[in-house]
Design a protein around this ligand. Structure first.
Ligand code: TYD
Ligand code: MG
Length: 460
């Protein structure tokens, strides 16, 4: 007889505890514990109905040299941005998690893939009915190219999904979303940590045993964690983050984990009335926001978390109208700004003492990465001297008190991101390229030792 057991799970990180705790010992979140009933039936996940019917004998250990694998065959998703972030196409048997905030376009992207990929696809939705999905599909441009091998199933029970999948034998399985799935092997509500864990484990097993690639859609909470279960991230093979400002039409698809490719890739889309358009020249996003040359604007290559990101920095320097000059910054530490202004005054001879200085990180982003220093200094000097910085130039270096340029971490990913976004030159510290391979980049790398040298190069 199955024994009902209740456990408490942190809804943020999935930490489990036998009793309720006010603060999670693992991630430090307060009030995140929720009681969940976990009924471990005598049939464990290994003895699912679908497995029991066609199960293979348990695997025996093999020598690594003896393991043969077929030529790594990837399925072309017919969507070049998705292919890029996956590292060259869909890997059979892989489990990919597409995470993003509600309304960002995950279902649209997945449906588009389902319609365009040239093989048999089963799109399982627990969020929308078949009619709703059809209505959405009719809006999409991709519908015109649709192969007649795209199947839709509105279902949330994993056993029923596997039964259907076994019968249909799809080449690609899409599940929208993991939070709506429900497994009969665990007795707690859909979307709870134990359900999400269990369903993912079953799906991974299905993917590995049938060699079917599985796409999972996952909703993210406001804090940026995949709703509740961060546990999901380490279970799957690939995690793709779908992000963007809902008020702007651009969407970025980033790899944050990939067992079959690099994590520095990103794909860019534009949300149109007729679905997501692939943006093959991403620099258009940054350039389109500026008309003509503007002084006081620079682009810095930063890293946020583990993601490289190009950020526009705006500065305005004007003669102080009142006695004490004002220094105001948005998205950048004010004390750090004061320090950089002192360096510019003392080491480079710019007269900033009687000037108001305003600094703004465009897009409301907060930057703590010191690599932004050089871009901040250049923005300030550009505004002071009324000289615009070439729009295809960007910066990544920390500025020291002596006016020296200091090396920053992960310079290669910053350079790669700048190149990917269409920049033509990047100013970095002379000491930053040690051991890094310069020849593999097409972008012009300008290494300098002193901030003064950067100004001589830029301003002549
Ligand atoms: P959706 O894919 O439902 O988001 P998610 O699955 O991530 O929650 O996308 C929702 C938004 O996309 C919605 O606000 C409308 C917009 N949209 C378009 O602008 N064009 C389109 O062709 C479609 C299908 C949606
Ligand atoms: Mg959706």
């Amino acid at each position: 007889m199955a024994k009902a057991k209740t456990l408490f799970f942190c809804q943020n990180c999935g930490y489990e505890s036998a009793k309720w705790l006010g603060k999670c010992p693992s991630c430090g979140t307060w009030n995140s514990f929720v009681e969940e009933l976990t009924k471990s039936k005598s049939t464990s996940a290994d003895k699912n109905e679908w497995r029991a019917r066609g199960g293979r004998p348990a695997a025996a250990p093999k020598k690594v040299a003896e393991i043969t694998h077929e030529r790594e065959l990837r399925i072309n998703s017919k969507n070049s941005e998705l292919n890029r972030v996956l590292g060259g196409g869909i890997v059979p048997g892989s489990v990919v998690l597409i995470a993003g905030e509600p309304g960002i376009g995950k279902s649209t992207l997945m449906l588009q893939i389902a319609l365009t990929v040239n093989c048999k696809v089963l799109y399982v939705s627990g969020e929308e009915s078949e009619q709703q999905i059809k209505m959405r599909a009719d809006r999409l441009d991709s519908m015109k190219l649709a192969a007649d091998e795209c199947y839709i199933l509105a279902e949330t029970d994993t056993n029923d999904i596997f039964t259907q999948a076994e019968e249909l034998k799809p080449d690609v399985l899409i599940l929208d979303s993991i939070q709506t799935l429900h497994s009969a092997n665990v007795e707690s509500a859909a979307g709870s940590v134990s359900q999400v864990k269990q369903c993912t484990a079953e799906l991974i097993k299905f993917a590995k045993e049938t060699n079917t690639p599985v796409f999972l859609v996952g909703h993210i909470t406001k804090e940026g964690a995949i709703a509740g279960p961060k546990v999901l991230e380490h279970m799957v093979d690939t995690v793709l983050q779908f992000e963007g400002d809902r008020h702007l039409s651009y969407r970025i698809l980033r790899t944050t984990k990939n067992r079959f490719g690099s994590t520095s890739e990103l794909g860019i889309y534009e949300m149109l009335g007729s679905g997501l358009r692939e943006v093959s020249n991403p620099s258009e996003i940054l350039i389109s926001q500026k008309e003509g040359d503007l002084s006081g604007v620079t682009i810095g290559a930063t890293i946020e978390g583990n993601r490289p990101l190009m950020i526009e920095i705006q500065s305005l320097v004007s003669t102080a109208a009142y006695g004490t000059p004002q220094r105001s910054s948005t998205g950048f530490e004010p004390r750090r700004l004061n320090m950089l202004l002192a360096v510019l005054e003392k080491r480079c001879g710019f007269r900033l003492g009687l000037q108001d200085v305003f600094l703004n990180m465009a897009g409301g982003i907060k930057v703590e990465d010191p690599a932004i220093d050089l871009a901040v200094c250049c923005a300030v000097v550009s505004s002071l001297e009324e000289i615009s910085i070439p729009e295809k130039a960007c910066f990544a270096a920390e500025v020291g008190l002596g006016g020296e340029l200091r090396a920053v971490n992960r310079i290669e990913s910053r350079i790669a991101e700048a190149e990917k976004l269409g920049f033509e030159e990047i100013y970095i510290s002379k000491f930053g390229m040690k051991g890094a391979e310069q020849s593999k980049f097409k972008i012009t790398i300008k290494p300098f030792a002193k901030i003064n040298d950067v100004f001589s190069d830029l301003l002549g």
